[in-house]
Write a new protein. Sequence first.
Length: 477
Amino acid sequence: MTDRSRWIALYVLCGGMLMIVLDVTVVNVALPSIQNDLGFTQSSLAWVVNAYLIAFGGLLLLAGRFGDIVGRKRIFLAGLTVFTIASLLCGLAQSQTMLIVARFVQGVGGAMTSAVILGMIVTMFQEPREQAKAIGVYAFVASAGGSIGLLAGGVLTRAINWHWIFFVNIPIGIATIVVAVRLLETETGIGFGKGGPDIPGAVLITGSLMLGVYTIVKPAAEDGWGASRTLALGTISIALLIAFVARESRASNPLIPLRIFRSRNVSGANATQALMVAGMFGVFFLGSLYMQRVLGYNALKVGVAFLPVTIVMGTLSLRYSEGLITRFGARRTLLPGLVLIGLGLAYFARAPVDGNYVRDVLPTMILFGFGAGLCFPALTTVAMSSATPSDAGLASGLVNTTAQVGGALGLAVLATLSATRSDNLISNGTATKAALTSGYHLAFLIGTVLVVAAFVVAVVVLETEKAPDLTVEFSEA
């Protein structure tokens, strides 16, 4: 593959990733319109989101490993095809059942597509400087796509109707498939080995993750973390995970070799990411609610409000992350980023009821942009640094899984605690907006604590890098 073809292939992969990431937030913006059109109740409406999240979060690790086994290009193309067809079915849906089922299938396709992308990138770009630049592009798309989706969802829903948030995926998906078939190199994969596929391992890990995601987004969010149903399902999910680990430690041909977790960088980077995402992404959601319910913003205005995050993050990720990581190392780049995100969360925790965007919201958006622009490329680089070519898909799927599960867990915990505090204040006679703001403040402070924990894990667990080569110059690209 020529140098030009590799970079075009990178943009194709990132185009597929952007379509997946955009879909989540675009749908969230359109939920009120979907509810009115198809007659969802408030509780049943959650399944438009949950059906996708359960399939997506539950299959990422398995899809990544299957990419190693049968070839990452095959899994990527199959996932794009499934996602594109499911998007068509979502757009055509005229009933609640059809939309929910199509969303589940969309989640399957999204998991297959996104799980293998990082593995393909690190095998295409093996020279450290080029790899850092390529990961910077990927990290920007994967992390900033959510805020772009808020804006796109508001525009499409207001200008046309909610069906088009799904229909726009079809031409993008088809174009990405056509270009990917021509540009991406076909890999044979490592195969299933002499013992054949590890079906028990596949069943255990998929069951554990799907049930775990379901527990987070449904009973935990509705009944609370101490409810009997939450505890029972959570226990079963953990038991399945323990059984999976026991199975893989004894299997002659394990589906997911446990050796990958012996790397301090792999385990530490994923733990750091889970904590950081739990704090940061929960606040993205609750920050949107603060702007809508307290400041009175509409969906489109909320999308515009988050644009500074995307602009700053994009500038750092696309232009400077390669030079920073090459010059100072991924760990040294990561730590200041975590500090900036923590400061942004702490600042947001003082936003008042009569808040002003420039004074009370914009500083947090800028701090988030700088922090995320430093953290995501650095974390991805560290998490993939110890992956061999035969395990690249597994490492890629693991990175996506920790981000997905960390985000879902953080959102469920922060939203529950925030709502509980607000409800208690309202029942005691506090004005609604003041009570909501107080609940959001609690969530932002807990998010700050989670990011501090991520910083501690990064300092303690991640391996200290060799002294940087100060002769390396920053990239002008």
